[in-house]
Design a protein around this ligand. Sequence first.
Ligand SMILES: NCc1[nH]cc(CCC(=O)O)c1CC(=O)O
Length: 315
Amino acid sequence: MTTAAPHRLVIATRESPLALWQANHVRDRLLALYPGMTVELLGMTTKGDQILDRTLNKIGGKGLFVKELETALSEGRADLAVHSMKDVPMVLPEGFAIGAISEREDPFDAFVSNRYARLADLPEGAVVGTSSLRRESQLRARFPHLTVKPLRGNLGTRLGKLDAGEFDAIILAAAGLKRLGFADRIRETLSAEDSLPAPGQGALGIEILASRDDLKTLLAPLNDAATAACVIAERSLSRRLGGSCQVPLGAFAQDDEGFLRLRGFVANPDGTDIVYAEANGSRAAAHGLGLQVADLLLTEGAAEVLKRLAENAAD
Ligand SMILES: NCc1[nH]cc(CCC(=O)O)c1CC(=O)O
């Protein structure tokens, strides 16, 4: 069955400033490609946005930010949902698909501080804000003299808490800061060695109903082949290891003219038993590359780390 391209599209989006920026960005790109089209935003508040008092990791994780948007898709109230790929669960519910992954913004973590120019400059006992187990475990492994404290809320809230003096420094995704015009707050971009990024960090994904062949065709020009291959490799690694917010895990691929280098790590939240692995492969073999690096991690110690994390979670 061939379906004509729709003249009007609705994008479901969360209402945080970053989510709105991302949805508007996709709308602008669609309008540039299809000038006659009408593209509207449907703003929604998700459970993940409402619950700010407990650590997200314990109450259901990433899925809380996308579920309401998926409901809007299945009920026909929206055609597309724009997500940070970092927030998309490793396994999509039946009937949903990622229609396109657009070109990646800066994928690295950023060091933000009003007092210190570099992460390595922080003195003994300095307080660093982050609620990401991935960032925390790497900080504790490399800089055990620092104190890590939880930090939640949207980007503006987090910067506000830093400016109010609650922290000596905070770690945020560079992509979010750049998109919202806060690039000047970045004191240091952390290298992959200092803070290996999360699977999908910096990449936008457009989710659709898997049945919407019309949308797949329409979105194809927004897909960036290099970014998509990197994100596929990163997510396949994470999925193999049961990746969720409860596991301190990083996965980061870089594409050099069709050739991927994928690095991954797993650790305990306190930074002990940190295991790194990496491998190279072609863009076309991205999925298998993710499995390969996951298996290297498992044989080099990640299996024990994950087993212990699962036992502690069950307590
Ligand atoms: N965890 C929330 C989240 N999801 C996506 C981004 C930033 C944008 C991106 O990575 O694409 C952020 C903020 C952060 O981690 O600092």
